[in-house]
Ligand binder design. Structure first.
Ligand SMILES: Cc1cn([C@H]2C[C@H](O)[C@@H](COP(=O)(O)OP(=O)(O)O[C@H]3O[C@@H](C)C(=O)[C@@H](O)[C@H]3O)O2)c(=O)[nH]c1=O
Length: 182
């Protein structure tokens, strides 16, 4: 397993070892000990799984406020996504900065998203399935979002007309978002 650091402190791209043979492949999608060896610690308590039927489904940019902030470990098991995470830790030197990463069933890359980041993705193929672990339970009262098209952030989403939920069409820009991360 390879752990690649990024320009955002605490954010990592994980490349698991994949064992291919005549039958197909085997991979450990999560091994607590191996992650902890790389300093990646979280007590995961919920696993999530979403299917997006169309290419261009955009879910984001989501986060939960403290004390229900979530660490997420994101991967794709069918299709592919362009995933963006945005630093919303006010005290961070990279506050307001983001990175985009392509995750697919083929590349098996995973993204480690710490607390204090907004997260979103756009599907690159129909029938894309995203699975992720979280270390806090879903809490609708703490659930927040930032506009996927905030002009100050200039996200480089794929050139498709995004398919959004009503909720995701109405998030405020970063400037007006409620945040309680250091
Ligand atoms: C996220 C979540 C949603 N739900 C319910 C609420 C709602 O009725 C339905 C769909 O919820 P949403 O529209 O929020 O689902 P979705 O837009 O897929 O939300 C997800 O987006 C990605 C980008 C993330 O980072 C996740 O943390 C999560 O916010 O599922 C749960 O029961 N548990 C959960 O953990």
């Amino acid at each position: 397993m390879k752990v690649l650091s990024t320009k955002l402190k605490g954010v990592f791209i994980i490349e698991p070892a994949v064992f291919q043979d005549a039958r197909g492949f085997f991979t450990e999608s999560y091994n607590q000990q191996a992650f902890e060896k790389h300093g990646l610690q979280a007590d995961f308590i919920q696993d999530n799984h979403s299917l997006s039927v169309e290419k261009g489904v955009l879910r984001g940019m989501h986060y939960q406020l403290n004390p229900k902030a979530q660490t997420k470990l994101v991967r794709v098991t069918a299709g592919a996504i362009y995933d963006i995470i945005l630093d919303i830790r006010r005290g961070s030197v990279t506050f307001g900065q983001w990175i985009g990463v392509q995750l697919s069933a083929e590349n098996k890359r995973q993204l480690w998203v710490p607390k204090g980041f907004a997260h979103g993705f756009c599907t690159l193929f129909p029938n894309t399935e995203v699975q992720y672990k979280v270390d806090e339970y879903y809490s609708p009262e703490h659930d927040r979002g930032i506009a996927w098209n905030d002009p100050d952030l200039q996200f480089d989403w794929p050139e498709v007309q995004p398919i959004l939920s009503p909720k995701d069409s109405n998030h405020p820009p970063l400037q007006h978002a409620e945040m309680n991360f250091d």
